[in-house]
Design a protein around this ligand. Structure first.
Ligand code: FPP
Length: 234
């Protein structure tokens, strides 16, 4: 969700107002996912590298997360959204951690949309954490090195149990992953748009989905193999 700062700058207002407008865009896109029966959405709200931002901005973002969480729970509940957080919780302040835990508990039984919010998250840290957890199991003789395959590794990552994302959307014009879900994005279709996150609305989301619909997902196979398999399936 990139571009909040530039959106604010273009209006002669504070970056904090851009982040607030970003929360409105989150609400719109979550509703769109529910309406379109999309099963899972993972939002990159704060990276492990974002801690290096000016302390005022970091503090403002943390308060905004607490405030938004508390305000949005009723709508998430009524829309059947299950909310979970990924990232290094220990680095977040106690009030935010408490709101995160209670919103996860409150929405745990919902099943329409699995919504993951990445806070203090980094893809490399996620992979390192998984490697350490598996190494510990090996040290304890609960697992052998030979048993570590893609499935056991994926099950030790933050998005364990969820399918790999079909589509990655980055707003704000930059064309990079910035340490998001590095393992899980191996075969994900990538979509980059100049649209700034606060302007990313149902129409812009539709354009991203239209782009996705034109992609042929080959997962290493040839175009001919894919076409043959779809004729055989039909
Ligand atoms: C990047 O834009 C955006 C962030 C670091 C914050 C994203 C957070 C939100 C949209 C709020 C989401 C809230 C919840 C509850 C999920 P930027 O500041 O880097 O923009 P710039 O590149 O234009 O400066």
């Amino acid at each position: 969700m990139d571009g909040n700062g530039r959106w604010a700058l273009a209006r002669g207002t504070l970056r904090a107002d851009g982040h607030r407008a970003g929360v409105d865009a989150v609400r719109v896109i979550v509703r769109e996912c529910v309406r379109r029966e999309i099963g899972a959405l993972t939002l990159f709200a704060f990276s492990s590298e974002n801690w290096r931002r000016p302390p005022d901005e970091v503090l403002g973002l943390m308060s905004l997360f607490v405030e938004s969480l508390e305000a949005e729970i009723p709508e998430l509940q009524s829309n059947g959204v299950r909310l979970r957080f990924i990232g290094e919780r220990a680095e977040l302040d106690a009030r935010l951690r408490a709101s995160m835990a209670s919103s996860e508990q409150l929405t745990a039984a919902n099943a329409r949309l699995a919504l993951q919010v990445a806070l203090s998250y980094g893809g490399r840290g996620d992979i390192l954490g998984a490697a350490r957890r598996l190494a510990l199991q090996v040290e304890r003789h609960q697992l052998t090195a030979a048993q570590i395959d893609e499935d056991t590794f994926a099950a030790a990552l933050a998005l364990a149990g969820l399918p790999d994302p079909d589509l990655f959307i980055r707003t704000g014009g930059e064309q990079r992953l910035s340490n998001f879900l590095l393992w899980n994005l191996a075969y994900t279709e990538l979509y980059f748009t100049e649209c700034l996150w606060p302007d990313f609305d149902a129409h812009a989301f539709d354009a991203a989905l239209q782009h996705y619909a034109t992609r042929q997902r080959r997962f290493g196979l040839t175009a001919e193999q894919i076409e043959f398999a779809s004729v055989a399936d039909a």
